[in-house]
Design a protein around this ligand. Sequence first.
Ligand code: NAP
Length: 436
Amino acid sequence: MRQIAVVGSGPAGYYTAEAAQKQWGDGVEVDIYDFLPVPYGLIRTGVAPDHQSIKGVSRRYEATSLSDNVRFVGNVMVGTDISVEELRGLYDAVIFATGAPNDRELGLPGEELANVYGSAAFVGWYNGHPHFANLNPDLSGKTAVVIGAGNVALDVARIMAKTRAEFGGSDIVNHALDLLDASGIERIVFVVRRGPHEIAMTPKELGELGHLEQASPVVEPADLPPESDDAALEPGQRKSVTHLRAFAALSDADRAAKPRRVEFDFFASPIAFLGDGKVEAVEVERTKLEGGRAVGTGETYKIPADIVVGCIGYRTSPVAGVPFDDKGGIFANDEGRISEGLYCVGWARRGPSGTIGTNRPDGFAIVEKVAADIGEGAGKAGFDGFAALAAERAIDFVEFHHWQEIDKAEVARAREDAPREKFVTMEAMMSAAGKA
Ligand code: NAP
């Protein structure tokens, strides 16, 4: 019997478990560890609460968890509760699927000012991640600046632009819904260092900005390159740019009915955050493109800002004893191999890129490598060994049936028209699991 530990229960972790089942059938046991008592990682705390159809993929992960040879082991912090070396001793392979939960920093003066956040914190707040549930951002001001032009920037802007009614059917947590409902934000500005042709926003998600109840998108026609240049774009990018062109064509009359504006400030690179204790403005430098790169022109200006959310990408959390590539913000690895018996997959391997589905082939590829390395397995102790160690150390781990209890309790306490109301503290989750 092969014993595999997967660390992290998000998409990369579950696709890896699925791949291991395909590879070895009942000749493998896969234990999926997570520091939270609840599974699904990014699906639960990263994917936007108003994108429920994307979250539906968790039903597939549930099916994997309910099979005989896959086990969820929650409320266990690898590196603290159990060391990587200990885990290595218990399993033929340890595969890190820990995603990229930390913000990349901009490294700019004033980044420490109050109400300047990274997207991991802000998204974690509205999605009820226990680490960020107490963020309590101040949304009483008029202007929000969102840095970046990727899908996370879009999520953050859209969430700030929506009305309470538009959150119907979503699982946004009550603490965020109440604060957003009382928000004074009227102007949301994307600060984008390159131009319309270089955005990383995908067309379906960008199109949503054109259909908000109270907010309309604003693009300066002069920022758009000649339409004939769009022909050279790949089809998805061309569709995104077509949305930008439609936004640029909106008239003041079209916008009159909607008091909130979501503006694109292209060719603008942030250089400092200004304010006395709390952010009041973002200083930006006008850029131009040179060989596809944003280069400063020396012209600077200030955008008033009551709140700033940087959405410029993420880094993996280092784990004691595992080599780390600090520049890339990922585990140091060679196509997923870290060192003997240690592997990484998904965002922890390649950085925060691609769709959720991209992690499926990634999971299959890592299992092929593990298969080549471990053969029949070395008769390791696997979960029984962990359970003995957990008993010695009083590690109060949970299994999938505990999550099912938490799940039921979250569904039962949902507000009307919401699929669930998440528990946002470890204590509340453990209590709902019948553990405290
Ligand atoms: P992303 O797509 O890589 O976008 C990051 C953005 O930040 C880019 O516009 C980038 O500009 C900008 N940026 C980076 N460093 C910067 C700096 N120092 N100053 C100013 N701007 C900077 O990353 P993401 O939005 O975090 O998304 C991560 C992944 O998750 C992506 O694959 C995304 O598609 C996916 N995702 C999908 C959805 C969905 O609904 N489908 C939702 C959320 C996330 P440059 O291009 O100039 O570097």
